[in-house]
Design a protein around this ligand. Sequence first.
Ligand SMILES: NC(=O)c1ccc[n+]([C@@H]2O[C@H](COP(=O)([O-])OP(=O)(O)OC[C@H]3O[C@@H](n4cnc5c(N)ncnc54)[C@H](OP(=O)(O)O)[C@@H]3O)[C@@H](O)[C@H]2O)c1
Length: 449
Amino acid sequence: MRVGITGASGMLGTALAKHFSKSYKVFATSRSKGWEGRGIEWDCFNLTNIDLLNKWLNKIKPDLLIHCAAIVNVDACEENIRLATALHFETTKTMSDYVDLNNSRLIYISTDSVFDGKKQGAYNELDFVSPLNVYANTKLMGERYVQSINNGLVLRTNIIGWTKESKISFAEWVLKSLVEKTQLSLFHDVYFSPLHVDDLSPIIEPDYFEKGVAKNFKNYWVAQLEYSDLVLSISKTISNELKSYVKKTNWHTKKNIKYDFIKLGCNFYNNDLVDIKVLRQKNKYLVVGSIEPRKNVVTVLNAFELLWHENYDLTLTVAFNNSWHEESLMARLKKHPLLNKKLFLIFNSSDRELAIEYHASSTLISASVYEGYGLGLAEALNFGCNVIASKIPVYQELYKDNVTFFENNPADLKDTIINQLTSKKVLKEFKPTTWMSASDQLIRKVIGH
Ligand SMILES: NC(=O)c1ccc[n+]([C@@H]2O[C@H](COP(=O)([O-])OP(=O)(O)OC[C@H]3O[C@@H](n4cnc5c(N)ncnc54)[C@H](OP(=O)(O)O)[C@@H]3O)[C@@H](O)[C@H]2O)c1
């Protein structure tokens, strides 16, 4: 993977460059050179020169961009609003447009300063922003643009760490003053939760999977593709993605390799054999699958908390068989004040139990950020359940006419659910595929090849 880091000579940028260069090719930039390790390629220029920025992007062709460059000195931003706007907004817009056009990804490092600090207690992602100065206002302008693209992530953080000699961070200033026994004038009414930059760096790592899985999976594919005549995927979107990835990364394949796809079956439980008599409940919502970052169940829970707060009488059942990298979400679910009242958890359900859930629920919700097929959607539709789903390419390819889409954030999911409660819109009937026909397709495509 090719990772571009702006502000790479800064406090966070240096930590990121060190961390990411252990596993990836890193392209670093800032006006002056920072840490020079193996696997890091430096280009020094003023980022606000948009022509140079575009040239750099087109040269490095990043799979992931991490935008750290900023003027963190609040007074300097007040004194030069134009420069703060250029660095925090205009460069972010350019990077977002690049990422959107080239199907890359952008992580925009933002700040807790977008809040005014008037809230009693800790802030969360859904709290209203209220920036108080030019620094925070211009950082927020950058945030807004990143949120408008498909593959952008805003990370509001507060950090501590050590800087290069010419600069001094807050932590260093405190330590230095203590060592020198200088009196410090500090505050007594400010609370924040900074992360050390070395702790933040692994969190930013883009892998949704366990360490090593992506690398092993890639090695497996490199080996497979070298000898394959035909690569069958489970959707056209994935087939096209693989094809362009292979082209972009110059993986070695046979000259006449073909890419095609088949449709999966969704009849996992035979209705005709065992009669299930359950009434569909109008206000019963269902989430099915593993609990992992990719499935984005946190967005669904956040949306339901907003709905419950507004007294909507709806229930949410989360049926899952496994979970990883979602410790805080699991803790939230298990200790939820509405657990077994409006929120229900089903662990490792049998096929029959799952079929009953599909029968009884009005709507399945999927907020996934990435899928290969989304079999749960096909299964739910096959059982006559409505579906509300995130607007990801695979879902748009396979379920375009059968499901209601939402922009992947809690507020939009909440509005979509409320609209759906009163909507008379009739969606096209879903035409399910059986596993028998899926096997037929597979055989035909392999033999016919
Ligand atoms: N520090 C904090 O307490 C804090 C708190 C919350 C959020 N954040 C956010 O975290 C991110 C990283 O902060 P940090 O503390 O690591 O910042 P930092 O140490 O001040 O580093 C800023 C980086 O931006 C580069 N830069 C500044 N102006 C530039 C320009 N015109 N063109 C190209 N590069 C430029 C600087 O390099 P050159 O000067 O060599 O160009 C430097 O590499 C920022 O986005 C900030 O908003 C920081």
